[in-house]
Each structure stands twice: as structure tokens, then as C-alpha cells.
Design a binder for this molecule. Structure first.
Ligand SMILES: *[C@@H]1O[C@H](CO)[C@@H](O)[C@H](O)[C@H]1NC(C)=O
Ligand SMILES: *[C@@H]1O[C@H](CO)[C@@H](O)[C@H](O)[C@H]1NC(C)=O
Ligand SMILES: *[C@@H]1O[C@H](CO)[C@@H](O)[C@H](O)[C@H]1NC(C)=O
Ligand SMILES: *[C@@H]1O[C@H](CO)[C@@H](O)[C@H](O)[C@H]1NC(C)=O
Length: 477
């Protein structure tokens, strides 16, 4: 059985602008503090090690998120209530309750606390220490597949790696779990012992059916892959100027975001090519990288299609994670940055700047929120954002998962309505050209009630015969 992954892209462009009105209006969430019931914090209060603040959203469960900073907060309602700082039961005996990495795997939250892996089932409210990890680890990585009811999809959410960032790759202790982190086994990649450099991370890239190992050597990094045909060479080397945080954009499209204070890079093909994100003004490239733009990144948020960056200089930058290129535009100045602030996409085109507020009379923190309506902001003519050339692009395959066998057929169709007077060309791609071929046709298909032409895009992916195909696992169209 073969699963496939397809990415349909449009010529949708960012549509931007700067303006005098505030970017967002602040509100504060404060709940449950009318009665003087003093809740107590039980256990050891967790904190994040890096001295920076991070926010992790559950890719499949919209309202579940983890805030990592000087305090840690776990919310099940998008921070719509005041919260006690998150803690780990003293019975877990973690020692120093310092969190270096966290990951949602289905219905559990995995945390690396004091170099060990712990599992918190937030539905059952139960904690377990992972078994099988015999060396200190600092990081965990994994992905989530949100198309429920499919066993391939379940496998994706169950699979997790644990490792020590910065270990010498040749002798690095890497662990793999297919039980959502409850039990780990030693993992090693073929010819790992011959590799030179330190370990920058390890990821299962479902869009390519490969495990990618990030090798870091003297301010350059590149991915080594596990399986034929990519195991013959490496991905192209890219600048590794600081310790890069690596985000996997949701949706199994192979989009990766790499960042630290002075660097921001994006890959659209699971690390084979990694490029710096440019900074634009209108159609103009102002800077070819964040380094050149001399800005200091405080926090980065991404969803399936969008990227937002908050800088210490108090600016918000926004860009789309398009198939063709990634660039950021700067939104109007507003006093939005603080050491505790993080960015969170609440929906497509809706971004929130979130800041926990301590309360001198209650142990529970309140949350300050400043919601930014990206679409409305982009309408500002000063941002000189190009108009979108597409009024509608819709495929019935969106958010669905299909499987195809050898010699079987699959046909996927999408409807596109171009903006009058424009003629965008849709681009249909497969994420793993080593195992899937593709035919795509586009034809006019009548008119809308408004008289706009409808276009139908039909793509027929087909698996390559086994002798030319590699391990054919992937995710979804
Ligand atoms: C979690 O720990 C409890 C008690 O320590 C044990 O009974 C249970 O089997 C563990 N759960 C898993 C999934 O390993
Ligand atoms: C690549 O992987 C295939 C199996 O997936 C293996 O047979 C082959 O020896 C590997 N090649 C290298 C250069 O490691
Ligand atoms: C890394 O740093 C060098 C200078 O030290 C700079 O030229 C390069 O652009 C930086 N790369 C990135 C991706 O920021
Ligand atoms: C970079 O920004 C800092 C402060 O924002 C400034 O002091 C410095 O001169 C800038 N460097 C360059 C090369 O523009």
C-alpha cells in the first residue's frame, strides 16, 4: 500500500500595508478570582531553560497549547482562563525542574525535564516517566497527523525521537518510540558512526519517507537521510550561526523553520534545500536575511501557510510559507514586545500576542492578549501588497488522507476562480518525486453566478513501479 502526499499551490501572494491605527487592541483574561479561594501549586514548578519564551500549539487540537518561559502554562482553552503555573508531581523526583524540550504526541504532552523524558496525559491527568532512555537527553521531536481514523496517521503521532543536542553524531545516543514516548528503544542510522559533526536534531520526514539527521560542523549544517535514494548524498549545507530551533510546520508538507535570535531559514522540502528568509517592502527585497536586516528575533509562530516573527525591536513581521519563496514584511510599529511575550496563530490569518501576567494576590496568572487580524492589516495600501490573483481555490481533498496501491488510480480535483483580469496558473506538486509521478490538467468549467470563469484542476498521482520506488510512505494530498 502506498500513501501519497501532494501539495497544491496557488500563485496566491501576500497582500500587505503599514498604518496609523494600532495593530491590535489589548485585552486581559482574568477568571476565577472573585472568590478568595487560594489554589495551591502542587509539585515542582517547571521552567524553561533557554531564558527565552516559546509557545507550542497542539497541531490537531486547536485550544491546547503550552507556554514555556520563566513559568510553564498548559492550557486547554487557548488561554481563555487564568492559570496556575504548570508543575510536575514531586513523586516524579525530577531534581531540577528545568524543561529543555516539549512535544505534543496525540493526547499526551512529552517533556524533557532535567535530561529525562516524562509523559503527561492531559486527558487522564496522569504522569509517567519514559522507559528505555539510558543516557541524558535534551530534546524530543515528532510530528502529529490530524486526519483521524487512519492508522497511518496514528503512526505518525505515535512516533517520537529523543536525543542530546550537540552530541557527536558518530557516537550519539538516539532513541525512538512508537508508543507516544512511553517506551523508547535505541535508534541508529546506517553509517552513523562515519558521520562527522554534532547532532543538530533528528526528524521523521513523512513527506519524503525519510529520517533526517542534522549534522552541524563549523557553522554549517546539512541533513543526512536514512533511505534510498537520498542516503547517497546530503542535503545542501546551510549557515548554522547559532543554536537553531527547528519547527515543523503542521500538515506533513515538509516545511521546516530554523531560527535563533539572528537567523531565520525555511525549507520546503524537508531540509534538502534550506534558504534564509528575506525581508521585503512591497515588491522590493530590502534584506536577503535577518542577519543582514540586523534585527533580533524574540519569537516565531507558524501554521500551515503563515509565518510571524516578533522582534526585540518591537516589530511584528509576517510572511506566507509559500511554495515559491519565503519573505517577511514589516507591520506598523507598536509597543508589543516584552520578555514574556509570545506569538500564537489562533486561526488562519489571526495572530495573537500573548503575555502572562503575574498577580500579587493570587497564584494563578492572567493573560494579556493582543489579537492581530492579518487579513485586515494586509489591506492597508501602504504595505503595497499585491492583490491575490485567486478568488477561490477549493479541493474536496483538503484535510483528507488517501492511500493508493500500485496500478490503482486516484484523481483529485480542485476548483479555482481567478480574480477577473488575471490568469494565475496553479502548481500541483508531489512532495516525494522519488515515489510518485503526477499528471495534472486544468480546464475551464463554466461560470459562477457572477459571471466569473471557473477552472477545474485535475491531478492524477501515480506510484512508480517498486523497482524504481523507494519506501513509499507519505502522508496526505
Ligand atoms: C504509567 O505508570 C503507572 C504507574 O507507575 C503504570 O501503572 C502504567 O502502566 C504506566 N503507563 C504506561 C502507559 O506505561
Ligand atoms: C541506502 O539505503 C538502502 C536501503 O534503503 C541501502 O540498501 C543502501 O546501501 C544505502 N546506501 C548507502 C550509501 O548508505
Ligand atoms: C551567518 O553569519 C555570517 C557572518 O558571520 C553571515 O554572513 C551570514 O549571512 C549568516 N547567515 C545567516 C543565515 O544568517
Ligand atoms: C544593528 O542594530 C543595533 C541596535 O539596534 C545597532 O546598534 C547597530 O549599529 C546595528 N548594526 C548595523 C550593522 O547596522
Amino acid at each position: 500500500m502506498l500513501l501519497l502526499m501532494l501539495v497544491a499551490a496557488t500563485t496566491l501572494r501576500l497582500c500587505p500595508l503599514a498604518r496609523a491605527q494600532p495593530l491590535c487592541r489589548i485585552r486581559t483574561v482574568r477568571t476565577g478570582k472573585v472568590f478568595h479561594v487560594r489554589e495551591q501549586i502542587q509539585g515542582d514548578r517547571l521552567y524553561s531553560s533557554s531564558g527565552t519564551t516559546r509557545l507550542m500549539k497542539h497541531p490537531c487540537k486547536k485550544n491546547i497549547a503550552l507556554y514555556l518561559g520563566r513559568q510553564v502554562f498548559l492550557t486547554k482553552n487557548s488561554f481563555e482562563s487564568s492559570l496556575l503555573p504548570f508543575s510536575i508531581p514531586t513523586s516524579m523526583q525530577v531534581g531540577i525542574p528545568e524543561v529543555t524540550s516539549a512535544h505534543f504526541a496525540g493526547s499526551v504532552l512529552l517533556l524533557v525535564v532535567n535530561r529525562k523524558v516524562y509523559v503527561y496525559d492531559y486527558e487522564a491527568n496522569s504522569w509517567n516517566a519514559s522507559t528505555g532512555v539510558e543516557h541524558p537527553v535534551s530534546h524530543i521531536s515528532g510530528d502529529n497527523c490530524c486526519y483521524s481514523g487512519n492508522s497511518f496517521c496514528m503512526d505518525i503521532s505515535n512516533s517520537v525521537f529523543a536525543y542530546l543536542h550537540g552530541d557527536q553524531i558518530s557516537q550519539a545516543n538516539i532513541y525512538f518510540s512508537n508508543t507516544r514516548g512511553y517506551r523508547f528503544q535505541k535508534y541508529s542510522q546506517e553509517r552513523q558512526a562515519e558521520l562527522v559533526g554534532s547532532l543538530g536534531g533528528i526528524f521523521y520526514f513523512y513527506s519524503l519517507s525519510q529520517v533526517g539527521l542534522l549534522l552541524v560542523d563549523q557553522r554549517k549544517a546539512m541533513f543526512g537521510y536514512s533511505d534510498h535514494p537520498l542516503n547517497r548524498s546530503f542535503g545542501l549545507p546551510f549557515d548554522y550561526n547559532g543554536t537553531l530551533e527547528i519547527l515543523t510546520a503542521p500538515g506533513q508538507k515538509g516545511i521546516l523553520i530554523f531560527w535563533f535570535e539572528k537567523s531565520l531559514l525555511v525549507s520546503r522540502n524537508a531540509g534538502q534545500l534550506v534558504n534564509p528568509v528575506q525581508v521585503r517592502e512591497g515588491q522590493h527585497i530590502l534584506y536577503s536575511s535577518i542577519f543582514e536586516a540586523n534585527i533580533t528575533i524574540h519569537n516565531v509562530a507558524a501554521n500551515e501557510n503563515e509565518l510571524a516573527v516578533l522582534t526585540r525591536e518591537n516589530n511584528l513581521y509576517y510572511g506566507s510559507l509559500g511554495i515559491l519563496s519565503s519573505s517577511l514584511i514589516k507591520f506598523a510599529d507598536q509597543n508589543i514586545w516584552s520578555e514574556e511575550a509570545v506569538l500564537m496563530f489562533t486561526d488562519v490569518g489571526m495572530l495573537e500576542i500573548l503575555t502572562p501576567l503575574p498577580d500579587s494576590t493570587f497564584p494563578a496568572f492572567d493573560f494579556q492578549k493582543c489579537p492581530v487580524n492579518i487579513q485586515a492589516t494586509l489591506m492597508d495600501p501602504q504595505l503595497q501588497v499585491d492583490v491575490c490573483k485567486v478568488e477561490l481555490l477549493q479541493g474536496e481533498f483538503e484535510n483528507k488522507m488517501y492511500t493508493i496501491d500500485m496500478n490503482s488510480e486516484l484523481e483529485l480535483t480542485a476548483l479555482m476562480i481567478p480574480r477577473p483580469g488575471t490568469s494565475p496558473v496553479p502548481l500541483v506538486m508531489v512532495s516525494n518525486p522519488h515515489s510518485l509521478g503526477l499528471q495534472a490538467v486544468i480546464y475551464e468549467d463554466g461560470y459562477t453566478y457572477d459571471g466569473d470563469t471557473k477552472h477545474r484542476v485535475v491531478s492524477s498521482p501515480y506510484p512508480y513501479p517498486p523497482q524504481t520506488r523507494i519506501n513509499g510512505r507519505g502522508a496526505r494530498p
